[in-house]
Design a protein around this ligand. Structure first.
Ligand code: GLC
Length: 555
């Protein structure tokens, strides 16, 4: 194992607000590293690669759901919140991972899925087998129409089709996602108590925080009224205020209770335990409500992920985020990719446009991967220079692109079936990581193993081993940026001051003598006189900053 627990790296002594500036690495466990050769990533794989993460220079890892699951939605269908999916390992493996991560100086954030369980969870099995009492933890309702043969309302599943499924006795249950993911009823005191107990279960085992799945979905409007004529994008984005099941005010009560649970651990050895919300709110003001001092610590900033590669648009999102989050004393967060969206190399390599699903982007023949990679390098330096905390999705640091040509028969995202094969879904950003070698499995698993999704031959050029040896690689850029970010804490949370710049250029100061410029205009721009380059996302011929290039400099 490439880890030396005796190494000097340990959790930083000042523990209280580590999360305000943290760079968090998202571990999509089934695609990170396969320790046992079954083609699926696992805890053993992560343990063997902790040294890689430490050397990359991130502060924390967020691990996608690792609980027992039928895997109808890649683990977001949880059958038991207090155990480990056998394909991924055992509870002992999990405990060892938490300890070893801490010894390597890395915090551990888990994923909690409170909007729905798996249909294989004991509660749902009891609900199907039992009567009214067993069903109060979920949302069972009679249907409409003659004999109740129509769903109780017009709600649509995020994955396509109605959000209701009928059971043998004729009643229907709600599932905003797949039919195998029944929604819990958060009016039930038992549901509330259970999730607080689950939080304590993992906090007691040393985890440092939780990413809250679909944090904007748990509370539904009384009477479950129709949505009406609202276009609903994948993942539950809606611009509408007062939507009957997204971003309802009632969720905030849940989060103040959760914050009290987290705060009760503040005096323990590991220090602050934190939350990051996956909340797709209609605007920054609504999002900031989740971050009030007695609620959640941070939330993903999807407006940033969604912003096109355009200086004015980015500046608007950056200013808007900084102002709104500062209003509730929360740090901003920045994210470019995750396991639900098209990888940003492939988004940025297309004509300027907005969208993060394959169907919302321009066709593949408009994709220019070289352009996308150049912009992704600049985007990384921009993100790591912004105040607050940043998220790296595994493979971002290698410059991985979306695998858009996976054969139909290997697709596993429920979106593919539920949309009657009109939406390919999210598998293209979930392809297993290439570590080394010239052919699949590229070191993801032992020689001869077959990864759960096929890796393209082109991954040979972007393996960790290849990039470690290349001073011009994306990996080298990420390592340099994260090292500098550690050496210059002023690059973390704090003030940002815009510098005068021409159209299409973002230039800002992050403390005395430290600034960043990103050129999104159509022509090279000069660096200020007296600037000393600390790091550049690409070559700087003639001391000018070329198009689609970012530079950190001292002056
Ligand atoms: C979140 C997850 C996504 C999952 C969904 C349902 O959006 O990120 O992967 O499918 O919730 O749990």
């Amino acid at each position: 194992m490439d880890l030396h627990p005796s190494a000097t790296a340990t959790l930083p002594a000042t523990t209280t607000d580590w999360w305000r500036s943290a760079v968090v690495y998202q571990l999509y466990i089934r695609s990170f590293a396969d320790g046992d050769g079954d083609g699926i990533g696992d805890i053993a794989g992560i343990r063997a690669r902790l040294g890689y993460l430490r050397d990359l220079g991130v502060d924390a890892v967020w691990i996608n759901p690792w609980y027992p699951s039928p895997m109808a939605d890649a683990g977001y269908d949880v059958a038991d919140y207090r155990a480990i999916e056998p394909t991924f390992g055992t509870s002992e493996d999990a405990a060892a991972l938490i300890d070893e991560a801490h010894a390597a100086g890395l915090r551990v954030i888990l994923d909690i899925v409170p909007n729905h369980t798996s249909d294989q969870h004991d509660w749902f099995r009891a609900a199907l087998a039992g009567g009214a009492a067993e069903r109060t933890r979920y949302l069972f309702r009679p249907g409409r129409g003659v004999d109740g043969e129509l769903p109780p309302n017009d709600w649509q599943s995020v994955f396509g089709g109605p959000a209701w499924t009928r059971v043998a006795d004729g009643s229907w249950y709600l599932h905003l996602f797949d039919p195998t993911q029944p929604d819990l009823d958060w009016n039930s005191p038992e549901v509330r108590a259970e999730f607080e107990s689950i939080l304590r279960f993992w906090f007691d085992r040393g985890v440092d925080g939780f990413r809250i799945d679909v944090a904007h979905g748990m509370v539904k409007a009384d009477g479950l009224p129709d949505v009406g004529d609202d276009k609903q994008e994948m993942l539950g984005t809606s611009d509408r205020l007062d939507h009957p099941h997204w971003d309802r005010d009632g969720v905030h009560e849940i989060y103040s209770a959760w914050r009290a649970v987290a705060d009760s651990y503040a005096d323990t050895l590991e220090g602050a335990r934190i939350f990051v919300a996956e909340a797709w709110a209609p605007n920054a003001e609504r999002l900031s409500l989740y971050l009030r001092p007695d609620e959640l610590h941070t939330a993903f900033n999807f407006a940033y992920l969604d912003a096109p590669w355009d200086a004015a648009a980015l500046r608007e999102v950056i200013d808007g985020s900084l102002t709104t989050f500062a209003g509730v004393a929360a740090p901003a967060t920045w994210v470019l990719s995750n396991h639900d969206v098209v990888r940003h190399v492939s988004r940025l390599g297309r004509p300027v446009g907005k969208g993060h699903t394959l169907s919302s982007l321009s066709p593949i023949d408009t994709l220019d991967l070289e352009l996308g990679t150049r912009r992704a390098r600049a985007a990384a330096l921009l993100m790591f220079a912004l105040p607050g905390s940043a998220y790296v999705y595994q493979g971002d640091e290698l410059g991985l692109w979306e695998v858009e040509d996976l054969p139909d028969e290997v697709l596993q995202d429920p979106t593919w079936e539920r949309s009657a094969h009109t939406e390919r879904g999210r598998d293209g950003c979930r392809v297993p990581i290439p570590w080394s070698g010239g052919a699949s499995p590229f070191g993801f698993g032992p020689e001869g193993s077959t990864p759960w999704l096929p890796q393209p031959a082109g991954f040979a050029g972007v393996t960790v081993a290849a990039e470690e040896a290349d001073p011009g690689s994306m990996l080298t850029l990420y390592r340099s940026a994260l090292r500098l970010r550690r050496e210059h804490p002023e690059l973390g949370d704090g003030e940002l001051t815009w510098l005068p710049s021409g159209p299409g250029v973002l230039a800002f100061r992050r403390g005395p003598g430290l600034a960043c410029v990103v050129n999104l205009s159509g022509e090279p721009v000069a660096l200020p006189a007296g600037a000393t380059v600390l790091l550049a996302s690409g070559p700087l011929p003639g001391a000018a900053v070329p198009v689609d290039t970012a530079v950190w400099f001292a002056d």
